[in-house]
Design a protein around this ligand. Structure first.
Ligand code: ATP
Ligand code: MG
Length: 464
């Protein structure tokens, strides 16, 4: 299926609509009085990085989400700087700078808790001028057109053309405080349009994560996907299988834990982007039956709940989210074990392990989340059956609150005839525990650590 898809992509059968991004070497300059960005809204550290690089004779611009969000009147979550200095040259100018990433080598400049990401202008791949190529670490493309390495450097214009969407390719300059627009991104911002730069099919094949980013921005800003940008997604969605499991873990968190998870999920479902990420759940959801309706509604409720917590500035945990996303499969496997004679608690334990093991090749869920997930699942049995002193004991479990919230979601989505939620709600009033589920998800303190903790995927640079 994937091979056929890629062949048709090479033959140009997919995405016949030509892109509307003009390929011109000149940028439109938007002067200070024609845009709304003020220096006061920009992180002092990002400004420092730009001033320092400029002083050293390099070009430096604010780019990406920072510029986009400021133009939209939102406060950016981070600031990225683009420069013509190489990563090594950038590093020389800052005390706490580190080169990270393999696929894209970028520099993290740290100021206390804030990290400013500095990227060197990226070039196009057919560039023949070898002097611009970092020979040790240049471009590598696999058979399917996916970029394995992308460390060819180029001009500001090349860099603009290598970015994903026009609204993400606007550059703010501290020289004159202008905005430079190479791709008509200002107009797309005004029209609330997400438009990919270049040929959509090719850009998705180079990096399939761009499809997820398109959907994420669509949901986050309530924008629409321009026709050519949207067209190939449903067909190319299976390409997501090529993305490394640690990178997908990070991307999924951005998709579902940013405050518009429910809408993002619905869009992913529409574009066929959910099933490649969650194959087992996706298969069960596609069965047109009562169970699949309940699963669907459970996932929607979990995301609605998460969105609300994000809006209220409450902490959210990947463990709860993944517990909901994988529950359909856990339930199916546990029922099979029960049919083979296992007790329900044990069946849930076994099913929890199996469901996580099946998911891991696609999305690498770190142990610090998969362990609490499995506890949430096995506790469902206790919550369905415990009474009296045993029930009071269950209240003390560090994962009780998360498991209780999960039970409420399950019962709500399956319209349980005799729900157990009210029993536990009442019991907590009689025996207050004063914790919410994210607090209880914090790892328990270990007295003594024998070995250093292995580096988990969240700890490593995942801009691979
Ligand atoms: P967010 O608000 O999520 O941070 P962002 O657009 O800033 O959104 P980042 O991941 O911080 O996202 O990336 C910074 C910029 O780098 C983007 O705006 C875009 O210009 C470029 N970029 C990021 N990922 C890709 C990609 N996969 N392909 C091409 N360009 C990318
Ligand atoms: Mg960003």
């Amino acid at each position: 299926m994937l091979k056929r898809l890629l062949k048709s992509l090479k033959r140009g059968e997919i995405n016949p609509i030509a892109t509307q991004v003009p390929v011109t070497a000149s940028a439109v300059t938007i002067s200070r009085d024609e845009h709304t960005i003020s220096r006061k809204q920009i992180s002092k550290n990002a400004l420092n990085v730009m001033y320092e690089l400029t002083r050293a004779g390099y070009q430096a611009y604010l780019v990406g989400g920072g510029v986009r969000d400021l133009l939209l009147g939102l406060s950016p979550k981070d600031f990225d700087v683009a420069t013509d200095a190489t990563p090594e040259q950038v590093k020389q100018h800052f005390r706490r700078a580190r080169i990270v990433g393999r696929r894209f080598r970028i520099v993290h400049v740290r100021f206390g808790r804030e990290i400013i990401e500095v990227t060197t202008f990226r070039g196009s791949h057919d560039q023949t001028d070898d002097s611009k190529i970092n020979r040790n670490d240049k471009t590598q493309v696999n058979d399917q057109g996916m970029l394995l390495r992308d460390n060819v450097y180029g001009s500001l214009h090349d860099d603009a053309m290598r970015r994903d969407f026009t609204i993400n390719a606007l550059y703010y300059s501290i020289n004159g405080f202008t905005v430079l627009d190479h791709t008509n991104g200002m107009q797309d911002l005004a029209d609330k349009k997400i438009r990919i730069i270049g040929d959509a099919g090719q850009r998705y094949a180079e990096d399939p994560v761009r499809m997820l980013r398109a959907i994420r921005f669509q949901a986050k800003f309530d924008f629409s996907l321009e026709t050519a940008t949207a067209k190939p997604i449903a067909q190319l969605a299976p390409l997501l299988k090529q993305i490394s499991a640690p990178r997908l873990f990070d991307e999924v968190l951005k998709l579902f834990l940013s405050g518009t998870g429910k809408k993002t999920y619905q869009l992913m479902d529409d574009y066929g982007l959910f099933a490649p990420l969650f194959p087992a759940t996706g298969k069960l959801l596609s069965d047109q039956n009562e169970a699949s309706e309940h699963f669907h509604s459970l996932i929607l409720s979990a995301l609605e709940n998460t969105d609300l917590r994000v809006k209220q500035d409450k902490p959210v945990t990947p463990a709860f989210l993944y517990a909901a996303l994988l529950w359909p499969r856990v339930l199916v496997i546990s029922e099979q074990y029960q049919q083979q004679g296992e007790a329900r608690f044990r069946a849930l334990q076994l099913a929890g392990h199996q469901a996580v093991d099946e998911q891991m090749p696609v999305i690498a869920i770190p142990k610090r989340f998969s362990i609490p997930m499995r506890e949430i699942w096995t506790l469902q049995h206790r919550l369905e059956t415990a009474h009296g002193k045993r029930a009071i004991g269950v209240l003390q479990h560090p994962r009780f609150r998360a498991a209780y919230d999960f039970l409420l979601l399950r019962e709500q989505s399956s319209q349980q005839a005799e729900p157990r939620g009210p029993f536990w709600t009442e019991l907590q009033i009689q025996h207050p525990i004063n914790k919410d589920h994210t607090e209880s998800d914090r790892p328990r303190r270990r007295r003594r650590s024998r070995k250093p903790r292995p580096k988990g995927p969240r700890d490593s640079a995942t801009k691979d």
